[in-house]
Ligand binder design. Structure first.
Ligand code: PLP
Length: 461
């Protein structure tokens, strides 16, 4: 499968370290791994050792690596019309927009339109422009632990100061609100009996003009939008408790605050539904998407918005244009992915919860076995292992990093053969292993994942 006459890993790494900016990477490891091939749920190194991948390019390849159907659609587009300026119209752009708009109409009963751009952060920038255009205000609420990208505007609504520390603000910094991370509640409450204390604290902001957000006399709010991931992605695959978003939405509606839901990481059936927000019974005003909309075959991102915010006489031509925004390769890949989603929706909705339960059962058994696992949880195929000291609570980033490095050595054994495990981490303390398998992961691969995790935890016990 692999041509061993290719450059050696060492040669590739040397060239990378000499000529490439590290600014566009997340090369936090001193010795980043080189991979040569990928297929289904696996990555392969130069020795053809398979590594079960439980991060799938940060939820960008939900439909499996090298998905033939999507690749063939891209090849067909390359052979028909691979290039066209966005000044003109061609078939697959409105065809993809219609698929997304129809899917949302079916789910939310709302008519809307779809806006495209390339990477996720650019879709976020464009959504911020849409909000500002409609509300004539800059201020937004966002979640602590939320992640929306690293462009200047997107990093101003992403809570981590680390992303702004060197570059300052060119956009308005959001007002950050605690996410309902119940294992480590911001207010020290217990989820079972808190009665949505965090939502009540948020609502207090609007009680008096002296709390700085709201003028009761005019009914005007200084912050007119809330951007939210439905479940935290980079923040550690943390899902909110049932009922949380309904409670929050009541407050937003009372004070005329738009809700922008960022589905860039949690959308495309990652949680067992097309959009994660569907689990929580509310309708967003705007919804961003990216990553798996093309299964990583071409950068494409965008947002859906309710008609009143995005109608062409409101969000006018040129509002957020970019040369590559509606590139035909991305559109064609996106169209194929949305076709898969339509055709296989019933299977995904049936299979993912069942397989997720199998995965969770394995994770719970690991938690019972290893004191360094403080919590396991998640929804659908957005699962997490919270790694702690042996007290079951104090975050243990060192161990989390060590486990990931160990998985990449490629010396685990499954069914008598050498293999590895590709993991990623997230969370407020970067101590959470986020488990993001292919949506097509088989039961056997789930059992393999649990076995390999067991081998890794055993090495550090
Ligand atoms: C929820 C969310 N929003 C936005 C982004 C930014 O997307 P991109 O990395 O494509 O700019 C990400 C990326 O991980 C994300 O997870």
């Amino acid at each position: 499968m692999i041509d061993l006459d290719l450059m050696s890993d060492e040669q590739i790494k040397k060239m990378d370290s000499e000529y490439c900016s590290f600014g566009d990477t997340v090369h936090y490891s001193k010795d980043p791994k080189v991979f040569r091939a990928c297929e289904g749920s696996f990555m392969y190194d130069a020795k053809d050792i398979p590594y079960l991948d439980l991060q799938m390019w940060y939820a960008t390849c939900n439909f499996g690596y090298k998905n033939k159907r999507i690749i063939n659609a891209v090849i067909d587009q390359l052979n028909t019309m691979p290039q066209i300026t966005p000044k003109f119209i061609y078939d697959y752009k409105p065809m993809l927009a219609k698929k997304i708009a129809d899917a949302n109409y079916k789910r939310f009963g709302e008519k809307g339109r779809v806006h495209f751009n390339i990477g996720g952060a650019q879709a976020i920038e464009d959504a911020i422009k849409l909000v500002r255009n409609y509300t004539h205000r800059n201020g937004m609420f966002a979640f602590m632990g939320g992640y929306h990208g690293r462009t200047i505007g997107a990093s101003c609504i992403t809570s981590s100061f680390r992303y702004r520390e060197r570059y300052g603000h060119f956009g308005d910094r959001a007002q950050f609100v605690p996410f309902p991370y119940c294992f480590r509640c911001h207010y020290g409450k217990k989820c079972e009996n808190c009665d949505f204390y965090c939502v009540k604290q948020f609502a207090k902001n609007f009680e008096s003009e002296y709390n700085s957000f709201y003028d009761k006399a005019t009914g005007e709010c200084e912050y007119k939008a809330f951007i939210a991931e439905p479940c935290l992605g980079t923040g550690g695959y943390i899902n909110p408790p049932a009922g949380y978003f309904k409670e929050l939405k009541k407050v937003l509606d009372e004070f005329g605050i738009m809700l922008v839901i960022d589905e860039i990481q949690m959308g495309m059936f990652r949680t067992g539904k097309l959009w994660a927000i569907e689990h929580f019974g509310i309708t967003p005003d705007v919804m961003t998407f990216a990553k798996s909309i093309t299964n990583g075959m071409n950068p494409l991102a965008g947002f859906w918005a309710k008609e009143k915010y995005i109608a062409p006489d409101v969000f006018v031509p040129g509002s957020a244009h970019s040369t590559y925004a509606s590139n035909p390769i991305g559109m064609r890949a996106g169209y194929e992915v949305m076709s898969i989603v339509e055709e296989q929706q019933a299977d995904f909705e049936h299979d993912i919860p069942i397989k997720s339960a199998r995965f969770m059962e394995g994770l719970k058994a690991l938690k019972a076995k290893y004191k360094n696992i403080g919590d396991v949880g998640g929804i659908g195929f957005a699962l997490r292992i919270e790694i702690t000291e042996k007290d079951g609570f104090t975050p243990n980033k060192k161990l989390c990093d060590a486990i990931q490095e160990e998985g990449l050595k490629g010396d685990l054994i499954y069914n008598g053969k050498k293999c590895g495990l590709v993991l990623n981490n997230g969370g407020f303390y970067k101590n959470i292993i986020t488990l993001v398998p292919s949506l097509y992961i088989t039961n056997e691969e789930i059992d393999m994942a649990i076995d390999l995790l067991d081998q890794l935890f055993k090495r550090f016990d």
